[in-house]
Design a protein around this ligand. Sequence first.
Ligand code: KIV
Length: 289
Amino acid sequence: MSAHAAPRKRVTLASLAAKKDAGDPIVMVTAYDHPSAQIVEEAGVDMVLVGDSAAMTVLGYESTVPVTVDEMLMLTKAVRRGLTVPLLVGDLPFGSYEASDELAITTAQRFIKEAGCDLVKIERGGATVDRARALVRAGIPVVGHVGLTPQTATALGGYRAQGRTADAALAVIDDALALQDAGCSLLVVEAVPSEVTAALVPLLDIPVIGIGAGADADGQVLVFHDLLGLYDGGAAKFVKRYAELRDSAVAGVSEYAAEVRGGVYPGVEHGYAMPADEAARLRELLAGR
Ligand code: KIV
């Protein structure tokens, strides 16, 4: 920030609602640790999600399913320490909220109290609508998530777009309306045809954040590692890569390795020096042993 730039005001649910009303797109991105939090804060995003995509992006699991509450809390606390302005959303992992309202409240309270989240996100309609209602009654702001819900991707037939028929689209829209009715503050809609989002947004008062859901959402979210090209392998169709950081990182570490092996690094300028008289005395002391 330049010396004269006014500090940005903290994002609030009210300021997000105002953005929706003004047709001003909301920017959300994931982050999983302290440096990524500092980067997205400096980039000026509105909301940060510590997604359970962390399971794959930073913990090396094959899917989001195995990640635990304790693993998510550790990552979320690190992100909290790097953020001031954007709203922070914690993602309740698979198995940590579905079984009962009590379980959902107990888990969500940990994300609010221990990790400093402003909101928590839970996936699916169905029984999740009851969990959302219970969380909102307990004073916890909730983000719903419909369309492709990775925690239950197997039941949905894999990581594929949802709502591609009129009936399936209606089911996504009904889940979204039920989550709004339960008191959700925002909704993430993932991997649905643009027509579904275009039909859904005018039906909802709460902001809709899309990912692979077209341009009609009130805002967009992308995974940090996807948009920065920080992983090996292919990405979903909806991902746009704004940088190729993995290539730069591999090039940087390879050059370091080559310089160490070639005796180029460290140079004299990277070392500490002893005063000449002390170095001479050390040699004398060693010689006298
Ligand atoms: O876990 C995650 O990163 C998410 C986003 C893709 C919305 O749920």
